[in-house]
Design a protein around this ligand. Sequence first.
Ligand code: CO
Length: 300
Amino acid sequence: MKTFRMTFFRTLITLTLACCLALPRPQTADAHGGERPEKKGVLLVAFGTSVKGADEAYRHIEELARLALPGVDVRMAWSSRFIRRKLDGEHLPHPPSPAEALARMMEEDFTHVAVQSLQTVPGEEFDDVRETARRFSGMPKGMALVETGAPLLSSPEDLERVADALIASLPKERKADQAVVLVGHGTKHPANVYYAGLQYALWKRDGMVFVGTVEGSPTRDDVLRELKVKGVKKVWLMPLLAVAGDHAHNDMTGDNPDSWTSVLGKAGIECVPVLKGTGDNDALAAIWVDHLKAAFARLK
Ligand code: CO
């Protein structure tokens, strides 16, 4: 009986080892030293929006990410609790939080996940996304590795590429004496310097393209001063935001006396708003996707 048991277990161990070795995919050890097949996935993390239809811009990036990484599961999460609760109140569906999405992927046996930020600059929101990803990376019985992809503007190369893409997508109807004002979010975070960096990169290409922000610098007053110096009479207002959401509809444009269109209008400057997010733009979306591909390549 003892010999039979020994032989049985020896055969079992041999078979298990043989099975593990025969599996074609690389293996990841679980907490008990067993092996799990490698399963790579992608999680895109956007801020989120409650403006109906504005999330098309996020879905545009999502589609391009799927095309860039065929066969890879690409999911979406929204980092804004405020937006998610607002949609809950209206009984509208929305993507889960980043932590919720990662926990679900952990439960579905993903071993490697690339988390791609859909932010514009590496500010506070990005810090949070990266920190959440870091805490899931190597969690017991969870993902072996979680890597984070950089926002749109994260390097000097990005500044040049984003400037080229923006210049290439300015409204065709715009005349040479008309200005274009790109309205970004802005932040108190040091990453706000990217807006000034982008302004410089744009001025090297077109002296009549300006960058302004809603909550950082350059401020609207900074932009207005420049417009007056250049004697501008008409501007095209475009969001430097992934989606044309609340800030585009209620701060950049809109009837309220404090909107950019109202304030610039009062200064005698005619405004033509273009309500399209940067996520809608193929060349800009491609930069986010390239950052994702770089993060995905680090999943080893
Ligand atoms: Co905001």
